[in-house]
Design a protein around this ligand. Structure first.
Ligand code: PMP
Length: 423
């Protein structure tokens, strides 16, 4: 309608071309509650995309915590305040014992940026190994090993990329062997160019690479390789962290590996901007005193209150377990659909982090990005929000809030079936 067109025109004029919107006919949202989002006309949409509002939109416990703290005090971390200490204790208690210290930033990009700085300082190396289509953030240092940014960035001369393990096209044995071998080859190549490896950084469920979750344990040979080479392993948990995988609070736990640093963000404040690194104290023993680390907003009292409310809620509401249980149920429903519709080539993931690969030819596993776009649009018409990812944008990205119910899962599966039937 006219009002919406006018808003889009104003937006384009003032924000410019970098701010792209989802959907040909953009969604004009005004409110969120639980697993639902509401548009300006009062239409209700099931949110199966948003892994920031992990507790559901506008969760009352987080709203209350932020509101309470906003009215009392907000300041940076150079004054003594209980909030950040309480929060850091609660947060690190969810990690294996060795990962016992935390540093706070505002975004996942900053967390990864700080992780690179620490890794380079600690190892004396500069080399970085990441995956072919990774996204680790927007700062210049991090963009250098975020190939998914495409032509807007140039990979750094000290960066090597390896293929993320494609569980649709390789067997578990092949992948486990291949990923370790590829990382060893990347290390050897860095050395041939006189570059000492500083770190291997990977998602622990590969997100922009195509939502590959397994096989469990496949990271181990690669992590062993970087450690033998004197580098650190950084687990990027910005997407799979905080219970989303259902099987564990943190994705790396599914692989039996010990990261040196874990970067976290997105659902950490259920929408309040906060992120950080959890690390082994040995890693920053030297760096810390010389770092002069300061972040104006990172770890402030409001962030600490929001973060604490999020962790409390995950525990009180049993959300990790719900992610496991409803995730399995949803995955079964999606797999059942794939029996009827050969366009669904693969259903994969863990907990409520699910990818559905859409193919033109099931035998050849040929990606169908056009059909994928039509499915995403078809679901939107049926008031369900998801997105697509992967090298060919042909993988449905399903990451609903962790409070998703079986009934919500049914809504999604039924709507997807309906779209596939009519498309
Ligand atoms: N790492 C991963 C895996 C991400 O998905 C993202 C954001 N999409 C980031 C890091 C960067 O986080 P932020 O947008 O908060 O800077």
């Amino acid at each position: 309608d006219e009002a919406e067109k006018a808003l889009i025109a104003r937006r384009e004029k003032v924000l410019g071309p970098a701010y792209r919107l989802f959907y040909e006919k953009p969604l004009h949202l005004v409110r969120g509650e639980g697993v639902f989002l509401y548009d300006a006309k009062g239409e209700k949409y099931l949110d199966a995309y948003n892994n920031v509002a992990s507790l559901g939109h506008c969760h009352p416990r987080v709203v209350e915590a932020i509101t309470r703290q906003t009215a009392v005090l907000n300041t940076h971390t150079r004054y003594l305040h209980e909030g950040i200490v309480d929060y850091a204790e609660t947060l690190t208690a969810t990690f294996p014992e060795a990962l016992s210290q935390a540093m706070f930033t505002c975004t996942g990009s900053e967390a990864n940026d700080l992780a690179v700085r620490i890794a380079r300082f600690v190892t004396g190396g500069t080399g970085i190994i990441a995956t072919d289509l990774a996204y680790h953030g927007l700062t210049n240092a991090v963009a250098e090993f975020s190939p998914s940014l495409g032509e807007s960035v140039t990979l750094g001369p000290h960066v090597r990329t390896v293929a993320a393990p494609d569980s649709y096209r390789f067997s578990p044995g092949e992948m486990r062997e291949k990923f370790g071998r590829d990382v060893r080859a990347a290390i050897a190549d860095l050395r041939r160019h006189g570059i000492k490896p500083a770190m291997l950084i990977t998602d622990t469920i590969f997100s922009s690479d195509g939502i590959f979750a397994g096989p469990k344990g496949f990271l181990k040979p690669a992590v062993d390789a970087i450690h033998e080479a004197g580098g650190l392993f950084v687990a990027d948990e910005v997407q799979p962290g905080f219970g989303r995988t259902g099987e564990a609070m943190w994705g790396f736990e599914r692989h039996g590996v010990a990261p040196d640093m874990v970067t976290i963000g997105k659902p950490m404040g259920n929408g309040y901007p906060m992120a950080g690194i959890v690390l082994r104290p040995e890693v920053i023993a030297d760096f810390g005193p010389r770092a002069r680390y300061f972040n104006t907003f990172g770890g402030n009292p409001i962030a600490a209150a929001a973060g604490k409310a999020v962790l409390d809620t995950i525990r009180i509401e049993g959300l990790q377990h719900n992610a496991l249980e409803v995730g399995r149920y949803l995955m079964e429903g999606l797999k059942t659909l794939s029996d009827t519709y050969p366009a669904i080539g693969d259903v994969r993931g863990s907990g409520l982090f699910i990818g559905v690969e859409i193919v033109a030819d099931a035998a050849a596993k040929r990606p169908d990005s056009t059909l994928t776009t039509r499915i995403v649009n078809g679901l939107r018409e049926r008031r369900i929000l998801i997105s697509a990812t992967g090298p060919n944008a042909n993988i449905l990205k399903i990451r609903p809030p962790l409070v998703f119910s079986r009934e919500n899962a049914d809504m999604l599966v039924e709507a997807l079936g309906d779209v596939l039937k009519t498309i």
